[in-house]
Each structure stands twice: as C-alpha cells, then as structure tokens.
Design a protein around this ligand. Sequence first.
Ligand SMILES: Nc1ncnc2c1ncn2[C@@H]1O[C@H](COP(=O)(O)OP(=O)(O)OP(=O)(O)O)[C@@H](O)[C@H]1O
Ligand SMILES: [Mg+2]
Length: 459
Amino acid sequence: MDSFFNKDNLLEILDRVEEGIHIVDKNGRIVYYNKFAEKIDAVDTKKAIGRHLLEVYPSLTYETSTLLTVIRTGKPILKVEQTFINYKGEKITTINSTFPIRDKKGNIIGAIELSRDITQVREMSEQIVDLQNRLYNNKNKSNTKENLAKYTFLDIIGENKAMLRLKKIGLKAAESTAPVLIYGDTGTGKELFVHAIHNASKRRKKPFIAQNCAALPANLLEGILFGTVKGGFTGAEDRKGLFELADGGTLFLDEINSMPLDLQPKLLRVLEDNSFRPIGGTRDIVVDVRIIAATNIPPEEAVKNNLLRKDLFYRLNVIRLDIPALKERKDDIPLLANYFIKKYNEKLNKSVKGVSNEVMEILRAHPWEGNVRELENLIEGIMSIYDTDMIELEHLPLKFRKVKGHKGNKSLKDILEDMEKDLILEALHETGYNITKAAEILNIPRQTLQYKISKYSIR
Ligand SMILES: Nc1ncnc2c1ncn2[C@@H]1O[C@H](COP(=O)(O)OP(=O)(O)OP(=O)(O)O)[C@@H](O)[C@H]1O
Ligand SMILES: [Mg+2]
C-alpha cells in the first residue's frame, strides 16, 4: 500500500478531485495547488509556489485570510463563503473549509483549504432574485392596482360543500397573518387560493412573491430567500433575498416538502421571531412577511418520510387548507366545465353553448388525475380545434372515448374513423398545423389529408 501511495500517485489523485485544494506551510508560504484550485484562481502555480500567500493574493490580509487564521489559531474554519476576482478577472464564489495540518507531535506545520466552486449556483440565485424584484417593481410602476397575485376568491369556482368551507376558511385566513399550509394534488387550485388570500388581506397592495422550493440545492435556495451580505475577503455584494423583498407582503413557498432539510430550521426561525441572518451576515434582519406554503403530498406523510421537519410542520400548520381532488367533488364538474367554456368563448372568440349530456356523463366518470387543470386544458384544446356549438362525443380525445360502454355502441367503421381523426389531429398539432408536413408524417398525399380535414370538419 505504501508504495502505491507514493508522492506521484497521490498528486495525480488530488488533481482529479473536483474541489480546489490549497496548502500553505506554517510561515504562510504556498506549498501546493491541485489542478482544480489552479483553475479557480487562474494562477500560474509554477510562479506562485514557494511565495507568501499575501504576496500572491494582495487583496487578503493576515486577518481575512482563512489559511493564515487557521495557522494562528489551530482551529478549523468550516464552510465559509467567499467571493473574489481571480487573476483572469472572473468573479468566483467558493465555499471553503480550512484545517490545520499537524506533525506527529501535534505542532502546526501548515494548513489546507478545500474550496467548492459555487459560482454558477450563486449567479443563478442572484438572477432569480433580480427577476422577482423587477417583476414586482414593474407591476407597481404601471400605475395599476394589479399585483402579481391575479386571482381572488371570485375566481375560485366550486359549490361543492368542501369547497365552500375552504373558501370560508380562506377568507378568515386573509384577516390574520398566521402561516397557512395548503395541501392539494396537482391542478386542484392551490395557487388560486394563495392569490385569493393575499388579495383579500390588508397586504394586497404590498408585495406578493412566490418561490418554488423544489429541485434547488440548499445553498442556492438559502441565498434566494435570505440574501447575502458583503463578507469573505473580497467584495461579495450585498444581495437582498426574497424575505426582504416581500417585507410587508406575502411570500408563497410552493412545494415546501422539497425544501432542503438543512434550510428548514432557518425558515422556522423567521416564522417564530420574524428575523433571520443573511448568508455571511453578522446581524439579524427583522421582516414582516406572511408565509403561505403549499405541498402536493400530504404534509403528515412528508413529515413521516423526513422531508418536512416536524417543528416546521407544526409552525406552518396553523391555518390548514386541504383542497379535494376533482374526482372527490364530481358535483362541481358541470359548473367548472361551463365556466371554462365561457372563459374560452371570450378568449378564442367562440360561441360554444355547452357539452352534450353524453359528454357530461363521460366527464363525470373520468378519473381526472390532473384535476381542474386537466379539465381546463381539455376544454381549451377542444375549443381551439373545433368550430362547434356543442361539445359532442366526437370532439373528445380518444382516451375519453375509450371509456367502457361508449365504444361498445359504435361500429367498427366509426371507431376506425375516430382513430384516423385523432392521428390527423396529432400530426397537425405536432407540425403547428402545417398540412404539407403533417401529410408527410402520416405518409399520405397532401390532397388526401386536405379531404380528410374537411370531412372531419377539423379547423
Ligand atoms: N376552483 C377552480 N376554479 C377555477 N379554476 C381553477 C380552479 N381550480 C383550479 N383552477 C385552474 O386550474 C389551473 C391549475 O390551478 P393551480 O395552478 O392553482 O393548481 P395547483 O394546485 O397550484 O397545481 P400544482 O400543484 O400543479 O402547482 C389554473 O389554470 C386554475 O386557473
Ligand atoms: Mg401550483
């Protein structure tokens, strides 16, 4: 083993590590860079090795250099974020951990620093916050009272008992500033409720900011939510996070069950005492932000599966809205269908009157895994393609007509024609309604396709 880990092999191994490694001796002279560190710093290592750290990095001082500090104190410094301009003029952000190196007797002989490059993560978080900021400020400038929360309780359609109860609770929620936790499957209208609560509250003229917590690494989301403060050795800028932008208003945290566990205590703290500390900051910031969180898995399940911390769950679960799936409130389907027909009559300049009884029966039987969104998309899709007074069986996509009992009554010819029509629609859709290209996909002459389009009265 010893012969395997000789110096050459070790250096070769360290060069493959995707983190920067710097080593200095106890006098602060640079001893080693691995390849990655060389890349981050854009330093010519041949020129740098053997020289004093402060000579190669003039922006550092004895006090601000983590390597020199560790040599002085003998204590590791963990996970410090630093932003600096490297020798190529690139702005680089890293997260560094620095450890003393000791000999067998325990005397400090140097220090090693490991740097993870998070430049891109940081850039992304800055962009997201900038965009949210611009969005909010532009809306405000346009002199309209409109804000980013566009819906009100009037836009939430539903007479089902559970829905009426939810609207009542929602209105009550608007009177308070307590946290709200909304659970509902995808497309059930969670966002609608969030907007409606903000708009019915005293905060309606204050910012409404929404942030999805899914798929963002802890570090990125932390910067987005809480901001960063000038720190590290060279100019990390002061950046406001969404909590500061949302001050006085409402912050909607969507998919809270996907918020990294590490970050959840920080959110809990804001909920408890309205204050937080930005990344790299030394002082707390106090804000007045109303939090609404949403999840599309049952929150209790999220707690059980260690996605949501129990303490955070209890703190969020002060006002709770559970929105039922569409298949659990079938009585609202006719109402919603007619509402969307009206909406798209206006939008698409059509005059559809309704759906046939037969179609309504199918809509009531459908499982609606995409909930209200799926119903809305279905109606918009049909109304964009057909010019018709009534939505009939033949206008429904194939998967709806496959429902048992409906196909059974049809002749083979009808079924084949239905399939043909669906294939044509698909090809037209795929090609942006280019008949020549669609005919190519279907492998039929253009004229034949044209004939079939008029036969099936496809628009
Ligand atoms: N009760 C409702 N009345 C009118 N429209 C509704 C209703 N519920 C949902 N919608 C419409 O359905 C679509 C989806 O709603 P929304 O975005 O609120 O769902 P969501 O629960 O946030 O879904 P996801 O979990 O996928 O984000 C929107 O276009 C919305 O306008
Ligand atoms: Mg949503």
